[in-house]
Design a protein around this ligand. Sequence first.
Ligand SMILES: [Cu+2]
Length: 150
Amino acid sequence: MGKQTLLPTLLITLFFLAPSAWAGDCSITVDSDDAMSFDTDEIVIDQSCDVIELTLTHSGDLGIEAMGHNIVFTRAEDLEALAQDAMEASDDDYVPAGDERVIAATDLIGGGESTTLELDPSLFEEDGDYRFFCSFPGHWGAMQGEVVIR
Ligand SMILES: [Cu+2]
């Protein structure tokens, strides 16, 4: 192998050796809108991340009172009951305070806003079955998805 081919070969090797070092894995953005939807139906939790920066954006125009969105993480089996109880928690942005079923939650935002949550991947067990959803009243049925642990 000549000197000229060595450097590209090295760079290509490094590229494939270090996929988990790319920032993309530990930095996730989910968009929401005025049509009551997230732009993804799964969120990947990469256990090799020290922390995952989860950013929720709202590309709509409607305000927080009419079309508020958040992302709440819970176990699949708790989803429905938690979503029902969350509707009553209007004083706490629809995330019941101190509720053990809430694994993590972003702030509630309205159109044009965004919020970032520092998420600890160790909150999720590798063989657990988790969901994320929006806990604004009436939204969880349309705004939910699967959490993929990796
Ligand atoms: Cu919502």
